[in-house]
Design a protein around this ligand. Structure first.
Ligand SMILES: Cc1cc2nc3c(=O)[nH]c(=O)nc-3n(C[C@H](O)[C@H](O)[C@H](O)COP(=O)(O)OP(=O)(O)OC[C@H]3O[C@@H](n4cnc5c(N)ncnc54)[C@H](O)[C@@H]3O)c2cc1C
Length: 426
């Protein structure tokens, strides 16, 4: 029988940072559906927000609330902002190298930010953060990692969570017992045909939560990002980071004229782009950096530049065709400010959870920060409330009933999130 103190599902920033913040006397298992690096955290381009100084608290709060249509949980927003500097210090201690400008850090701006407050590592911020977290987690003697190991159910009895059922690559099911379980399974992009997310991120934990009657929130709050690279092909959409527009890139229609403020909140700019596409009768609008972005474009955006070249576009010189694509999920498993779910001993953090911090529409570069702040708080809450109980004896998992349960749970999730057309039309 596999028995751990803490079971963490997912190796994005939320799962890894929780492991790093749990006390070293805990025996921890981290299970993840793909490889360690197959997660959206790795893809994050633009950066991570931070409260720059005391004067920035109110503007940061207001920007987040305005982008979220004032439907945010204000206490969650304040908690995130108040802990932002501490999280950045933690990341620096873990070896993350943010870009510098002179003696200080380089801050960029993205849509709906009233001030430049986004730290970045060129256009590969997520890769820099997640690879440093992976390296540090691998050094921990109390942590085991199972790759290609999929959460397919939770072990629930007596009003508490006792662990989870995992499926390995060969399809074998096992009960994994844990005193505390943290769900950090990311978003739902894999449910959409056009998404910037990894295809295997299909909201599994949220579906399983629905199956067990665990509280969920705002399941129809799906974010469409205004600018992904238009290719006309199916498959993962490549994100054209908001920081391109933050640094000055413009959007134009067929007539070469600008049609919107490029730094509108994401949902409003997406609407403006769809209106322009309809007017132009084209499946994209165009983005131009040349003459609008100062400094070395290839130096500041090496990843995006290289990808565009592969697709036949020169980011430095050319108009680039862009189109909206599903990007982020504001809803999820309902949690409090310590990432506790409505089921005892079950926690959720990162994109799969919903503490209301983003309201109806997430402000750019608040996701990495939210995931890190609230996974650290989850780790602290787990440590503080930890009590060893004897594992509840569950029968060996039955493949047929697990599959049937998952099918029904996924059907419910799709019903709640709404159709792809509805998400784009909102
Ligand atoms: C292209 C792109 C660019 C982005 N840029 C930024 C940015 O610049 N700034 C910002 O703040 N945010 C950005 N975001 C959003 C941000 O990256 C994510 O919201 C955040 O990283 C989520 O972290 P997470 O740990 O919750 O989930 P993820 O990093 O997605 O990790 C989820 C993990 O759960 C695992 N998993 C899923 N289902 C199961 C299952 N059933 N069983 C076991 N494991 C499972 C996955 O394999 C993965 O390891 C971007 C997102 C994308 C897609």
């Amino acid at each position: 029988m596999r028995n751990y103190d803490v079971l963490i599902i997912g190796t994005g920033v939320a799962g890894l940072f929780a492991a790093l913040n749990l006390s070293s006397d805990k025996q921890i298992l981290i299970a993840t559906k793909g490889t360690l690096e197959d997660n959206d955290s790795f893809l994050a381009q633009g950066g991570i927000c931070v409260q720059r100084d005391e004067m920035d608290f109110e503007p940061f709060l207001e920007d987040t609330l305005r982008a979220g249509h004032y439907e945010n949980n204000e206490a969650a927003v304040a908690t995130m902002i108040n802990q932002s500097q501490e999280i950045i210090d933690d990341l620096i201690d873990l070896g993350v190298a943010f870009d510098k400008k002179g003696a200080g850090f380089s801050y960029t701006k993205e849509g709906a930010h009233s001030r430049a407050r986004i730290l970045h590592c060129k256009d590969m911020t997520g890769k820099e953060i997640n690879s440093k977290l992976i390296a540090r987690v691998k050094e921990l003697k109390n942590v085991s990692i199972f790759e290609n190991s999929t959460l397919v159910d939770l072990l629930v009895a007596g009003d508490r969570c006792h662990g989870a059922v995992l499926r390995d690559q060969a399809g074998k099911l096992s009960n994994v017992y844990a005193q505390s379980t943290l769900l950090a399974t990311g978003g739902i992009g894999g449910l959409f045909s056009k998404t910037t997310n990894f295809a295997h991120l299909t909201g599994d934990a949220i579906a399983i939560a629905l199956k067990h009657g665990i509280r969920v929130k705002d399941l129809d709050y799906v974010q469409i990002h205004p600018t992904s690279l238009y290719t006309g092909r199916s498959g993962r959409a490549f994100l054209m980071s908001e920081s391109l527009r933050g640094e000055g890139a413009i959007l134009v229609g067929k007539d070469g004229q600008r049609f919107a403020d490029e730094l509108l909140p994401r949902d409003l700019l997406t609407k403006a782009i769809y209106t322009q596409m309809e007017k132009d009768r084209l499946p994209y609008v165009r983005m131009l950096l040349k003459g609008h972005v100062e400094g070395s474009i290839a130096g500041r955006f090496p990843g995006i530049h290289a990808h565009c070249l592969q697709e036949g576009y020169d980011l430095v010189e050319d108009y680039i065709p862009v189109v909206p694509a599903q990007h982020y999920f504001m809803g999820g498993i309902a949690v409090d400010l310590n990432s506790k779910t409505s089921l005892a001993n079950l926690y959720a953090a990162g994109e799969t959870s919903c503490n209301g911090v983003h309201g109806k529409n997430r402000l750019a570069s608040n996701s990495l920060l939210e995931s890190l702040v609230f996974s650290k708080r989850a780790a602290q809450a787990i440590d503080e409330s930890f009590q060893c109980a004897l594992p509840y004896p569950f029968p060996e998992p039955d493949a047929r009933s697990i599959e049937a349960g998952l099918k029904e749970a996924n059907r419910k999730l799709l019903e709640e999130t709404g159709s792809e057309e509805e998400a784009h039309a909102k």
